[in-house]
Ligand binder design. Structure first.
Ligand code: C2E
Ligand code: MG
Ligand code: MG
Length: 583
């Protein structure tokens, strides 16, 4: 029934009833209403009474039906809505139903319920967005923290112990740069599946042995290429080592549809509760410290937190390096390179050091890995270039126009303003472009795609020289080397150190020198420490030598005295002479 119909009929009824009563009264009294009054107390009133009563009953009945049809459902609806509001929940209501219900109320109820269903759906979607990582469908950081909170807040679960594991992919940026973001997402998905598989295999294994009441592991992606795992119950040292090793190896296995990717692994850090922490910040921080330690040890490994491995996370270290640059706590040392043919000075390489206010002088390997993927590496690189050019200008003033080399990080090398800043600084210090050698590691040139190749081309066009540092340390890509024209190849010190004892290393060294020559590059042997190495490497055909045998890095002000003391052209003989006189 429609509300409009009810009201219309009610209206007609209310209008019709008094008219009928009046009509009837007029009909029974000859003088009409006045006559009726004149015949005071007459039977006419009594005669009219049943009809009046009937009309009253009819009106009361009508009102009560109206009440049931209108006021009741409204009251029930108000009650339900208030309950929803007070309970802060959205649920459908069912206050009007059945045949006698008013159509408009049913429509109103249906519309409200539809709205509730739609809002519930969007709120579910919002919740999903808030708790699920959209790329991998894994729980996100919030969800992970939520679960971790639930576990460590529960005394029994906390006492059972477990592991919080940080996984940071070692070469994700390369995947994105070389193959685009779609492949990057695919790669993250395959890593997500692989981590989940290892976690669930572990869980199924322990569930069989255990009483089956263990909390299931949680795998989440907390940002970029960072994943975390919570593995309740994983406390046994051996089991933990096996688990982490399985995880590390599984990451290295490329999935069949991504087998064209060169997956160089992940740095994995682990903190255990309750012994390493019982709060989310402590556990996150310590697994992060362990992960950073794994990274600085050379990546593709897993480290379990212990107090000896440090107290700072990567982010804290990054912040401190930035402050160190601002506070002038960094300084440069210069290590000479000599020509193999006559041992005359070929140039110097700038090496950065950090004079830490509490820890003393820190070598770059202690803190460079923390900044190499951030903008701080650009700040550091620019600081090094400027400081080195300033020192160089002082040597030039006293007659030593040395070739200068600086190490440049991957992110800096392909930064848009790299070349313009370099040119600006060269102008500021009247620096001859051809005196500057940019040292970059293989992964910069071979891993950063076309952008690195473009920068290399432009640098050489401007007259700078470029060398590949630490060649032979990583996965040297000989095919790519043929495509990219560099000026120097620096043979890594690990090759130099092992060449005399190991015939295979000797072959690699010799082949690298031959290859470099054929590609029109010169070779520099790094880490030359003994006179035997000097002779051996010279004999193999390296063009230049660098290492402790000639000198360690030294402060800028020692370079000129060093050159004067040893003589420009006879470093080797003088060194040999010195060694002989000592020995
Ligand atoms: P690198 O560029 O290959 O520099 C050579 C490293 O080997 C230096 O270590 C040097 O002190 C050390 N070395 C030189 N000769 C010998 C030797 O005969 N025996 C041994 N055992 N070591 C020798 P350092 O200064 O600790 O630097 C380590 C790495 O840090 C450098 O390797 C370079 O990749 C990076 N680095 C240094 N300074 C900078 C910088 O200013 N910017 C950037 N981005 N990286 C830098
Ligand atoms: Mg170098
Ligand atoms: Mg090197």
């Amino acid at each position: 029934m429609r509300l409009r119909t009810i009201f219309l009929s009610g209206f007609l009824l209310v209008a019709f009833l008094p008219a009928a009563v009046l009509g009837w009264l007029n009909f029974s009294a000859e003088t009409g209403l006045i006559g009726l009054i004149d015949q005071s107390g007459s039977d006419s009133v009594l005669n009219a009474l049943p009809l009046v009563l009937f009309a009253a009953v009819l009106i009361v009945a009508l009102l009560s039906i109206l009440h049931r049809w209108t006021v009741d459902p409204i009251e029930r609806a108000v009650f339900e809505l208030r309950k929803n509001a007070e309970g802060q929940r959205l649920s459908t209501i069912n206050v009007v139903e059945g045949k006698g219900a008013i159509r408009e109320f049913i429509d109103l109820q249906d519309s409200y319920n539809l709205m509730v269903r739609r809002m519930t759906k969007s709120s579910d979607q919002l919740k999903r967005l808030a708790y699920v990582d959209s790329v991998t469908d894994l729980p996100n950081r919030e969800k992970f923290q939520d679960t971790l909170h639930r576990v460590i807040a529960d005394e029994e679960l906390l006492a059972k112990g477990g592991a919080v594991i940080f996984v940071d992919m070692d070469n994700f940026k390369e995947v994105n740069d070389l193959h685009g973001h779609d492949v990057g997402d695919q790669f993250l998905n395959s890593i997500a599946k692989c981590l989940s598989l290892v976690a669930s295999q572990y869980y199924n294994g322990v569930r069989k042995k255990d009483d089956g009441v263990l909390y299931a592991p949680v795998v989440s992606r907390i940002g970029g290429d960072e994943f975390t795992l919570l593995v309740p119950g994983l406390t046994d040292d051996d089991a933990l080592t096996v688990f982490l090793e399985t995880l590390r190896k599984a990451i290295l296995e490329p999935t069949s549809d991504l087998d064209f990717l060169h997956v160089s692994g992940a740095s994995i850090g682990c903190a255990r509760y309750p012994q390493d922490g019982t709060t989310i910040p402590d556990l996150f921080k310590r697994s992060d410290i362990a992960m950073y330690h794994a990274k600085s040890l050379g990546k593709n490994r897993a480290v379990v937190f212990e107090s000896g491995i440090g107290t700072q996370t990567e982010a804290e270290l990054r912040r401190d390096v930035l402050l160190a640059i601002q506070n002038e706590e960094l300084f440069l040392e210069y290590q000479p390179k000599v020509y193999a043919r006559d041992r005359s000075i070929a140039g110097v390489e700038a090496l950065v050091r950090w004079n830490h206010p509490t820890k003393g002088v820190l070598a770059p390997n202690d803190w460079l890995p923390a900044i190499s993927n951030s903008h701080v590496i650009v700040k550091l690189g620019n600081w090094v270039i400027e400081r080195a050019m300033r020192d160089h200008a002082k040597w030039v003033e006293v007659g030593f126009d040395l070739r200068l080399s600086v190490n440049i990080g991957a992110k800096h090398f392909i930064a848009p303003e790299f070349i313009s800043t370099l040119s600006e600084l060269s102008r500021k210090y009247s620096f001859n472009h051809s005196s500057l050698e940019i040292e970059v590691t293989e992964d910069v040139l071979f891993g950063s795609g076309q952008s690195a190749a473009d920068v290399l081309f432009r640098l050489r066009e401007l007259g700078y020289t470029v060398s590949i540092d630490d060649f032979g340390k990583g996965y040297s890509n000989l095919a790519r080397l043929a495509e990219l024209q560099v000026d120097y190849i620096k043979l890594d010190q690990s090759l130099v150190a092992r060449a005399q004892q190991d015939a295979r290393v000797r072959s690699i060294l010799s082949a690298s020198i031959t290859l470099a020559k054929e590609l029109g590059c010169q070779t520099i042997a790094e880490g030359v420490e003994t006179v035997r190495q000097v002779d051996f490497i010279t004999h193999m055909g390296a063009d230049m030598l660098q290492g402790y045998y000639f000198s360690k890095g030294m402060p800028a002000q020692n370079i000129v005295p060093w050159l004067q003391m040893l003589g420009h052209n006879d470093v080797h003989r003088q060194q040999a002479h010195l060694l002989e006189s000592v020995g």
